[in-house]
Design a protein. Sequence first.
Length: 400
Amino acid sequence: MKHSILKYWLNCLADAARVNIDPQRLREAFQIDRASVSLGQIDSSQTDEIFELYENILKGLQKKVTRNGIQQEEIYEISTVNILISPVVAVSKTARASAVAGRVNPITPIWIPAILSRSGDIRPASEEQPWIPRNLLEPIERADETVGDIETVDKFLSINPCATNKKDKEQQPRWVDVWQYCDEMLQYVAQQSINDFDLEGYETIPHSYILLDQEDDKRIPARHIIRLYGTILGDLGANPLPAVPKLLERYTSLTLNKLTALLTPKEEIKKSSEHYGQMSWQFPLSQSQRETMHHVLAMEDGEILAINGPPGTGKTTLLQSIVATLWTKRAIKEENPPIIVATSTNNQAVTNVIDSFGKVPEHESPLAGRWIPGLKSYGLYCPASTKQKSSSEYQMETFA
């Protein structure tokens, strides 16, 4: 059952990540000879134009840095650019046809993430796979033009999850392999090839379009989670079958597990002896916070505990005490510190936790305070790279 649930989650996420690129962006696209793109090489003048556009965008985002007491612009050395390639673009043939439902915007049946070098070489983007935009796949709400259906795409991807090196399967796919993979996907889903794409009422442009790959809030983060699900599914299909993490087993279970009884007063007293740490010295935990702490300390591997309370009831203070206790417990045992992950559907909830750690008051003591200069908090923030500029006050690890 866990295989089915994980595959369902993966497919839902992949479905949402198959975003269509804004058709308005095609106005700024570079039109490149399709034969050149298929071979993975474009001429130097067009390459220079793409790099010039990218460098101009970067200049607008440059931060001022101080070197030898002089404020200067940060210097970037750019050797590659992330791009998106639409091998095929089809536009409605007449102005009259443009008024027909679904024929207002150009059709871009497949998008390929790629990397362009200074020399004009195109190579595959290792982190992303080509995709057919979801709005071109049945079922859809409106009577728009489509090229296939989502079920057929899923069938293709189940057989061919990614491009492979046709010459040496042990090596990463080459650009020619990715191009062939896209052609096979389009033929499987739309019964059309890249070179012979023909849609009634549309005219196929005899060029491929290249855009700078602007990071997308849906597409970019999704690829990491999709890869995680894929890795888990691959591990679960391994032989011999590995032990399934208990938390995963519980989380993907459709069985309604029996609720665990609350601790008795005697059990709570016993667990209170394991409350080793406290982040703030000013205020003790309230009775309800202590009860929750004792139940956290009584949790077994894989168990889930829900803590509910309106704003201002001390959930963040409780979280600080839990983190302090877990770290202190490991220190007493002379073990490595635990890795504790705070995650949410929005970044604000995570930064609130990190901010609270940085605002804990410290009293005068040789063991108090932050021992590392410049350290504002105890948490590492891991936002998407699209959020990096607005999060410079945090210790960060970014994911492109």
